[in-house]
Design a protein around this ligand. Structure first.
Ligand SMILES: [Zn+2]
Length: 281
């Protein structure tokens, strides 16, 4: 049976577009590579478990980058020292259900709930979590993985999520997209043009502004997503999130992140017009 995935995309200049991923996501390439950046292992499947399936169905390569080691996600004292290992095994089972090959999953190994301590690019030795090429830090690792994976589209939880790990990941990822596109830090690989297709996905909290993309799927894809989420058996604290995802049906929402480099001409025009108006009086 064919799977059903339908995108509705709102653009402020055009009529809403409805159709498949290829028709409705901007500038679809023959070799699409989606990258889901997941602050914790379960975030990507919660916010994008249908989009991952839709992307695979449309022939795109799907990659997953898990930022933290999950070491603070214990819900029983017995699991306090083993939870990181348990979650790693659960992640493989979860994303296997979605259809992701194990080799497309990478862990940055940043300590859970301490992401704030790993912002930037920090000289480090091999014993430090997240170590690569003489450094640790989110900007160091994101730059490396962006240059390695060379994604055409990136998905990340919104900047509005309450969890500080989510906020820092969002912020550090966006600046790293610029780092990765320049010749800075050559030990992390060759430059890759800045990715302008970055989408926020809802995980914990509402979007900071209205989302502009809806993905509608069928019940069987929702079932697959729910089964994948339930592989995170150790994560009992997300039970209310799981309930919400299931109750809301086979829908996911995304918001394009717009960022532009500083263009002084915009302000030149603004002030020029201001002067003209003053002269008229
Ligand atoms: Zn999370």
């Amino acid at each position: 049976m064919n799977k059903f995935f339908e995108i509705t995309e709102i653009d402020q200049y055009d009529e809403p577009r409805t159709g498949g991923l290829k028709e409705c996501l901007d500038n679809w390439k023959s070799q699409e590579r989606f990258l889901f950046v997941s602050p914790h292992d379960d975030d990507a499947v919660l916010g994008g478990g249908l989009m991952m399936q839709a992307a695979l169905d449309a022939g795109a390569e799907v990659n997953l980058l898990i930022v933290t080691d999950g070491s603070m996600g214990y819900c029983s004292l017995e699991e306090k020292d083993t939870i990181a290992r348990i979650r790693k095994a659960e992640s493989f089972e979860s994303y296997k259900k979605i259809g992701l090959p194990a080799e497309n999953i990478a862990w940055m190994g940043i300590p859970d709930c301490r992401v704030n301590l790993y912002r930037g690019k920090i000289p480090a030795d091999e014993s430090e979590p997240g170590f690569m090429s003489g450094f640790t830090g989110l900007q160091n690792a994101f730059t490396y993985y962006l240059r390695k994976i060379r994604p055409t589209r990136i998905f990340v939880p919104t900047s509005a999520d309450l969890h500080p790990d989510h906020k820092f990941v969002h912020e550090e990822l966006l600046i790293s997209i610029f780092h990765a596109s320049e010749s800075i830090w050559p030990e992390l690989g060759s430059p890759y043009p800045a990715v302008d297709k970055v989408y926020e996905m809802g995980v914990y909290c509402d979007f900071p502004e209205m989302p502009d993309i809806q993905l509608k799927a069928d019940e069987s894809s929702l079932k697959t997503k729910m089964a994948a989420i339930r592989e995170f058996k150790s994560q009992k604290q997300i039970s209310s999130l799981i309930e919400i995802v299931e109750k809301n049906g086979p829908f996911e929402f995304f918001r394009r992140v717009e960022y532009e480099l500083y263009q002084p001409i915009k302000y030149v025009n603004f002030f020029e017009n201001l002067n003209n108006e003053v002269n008229y009086e």
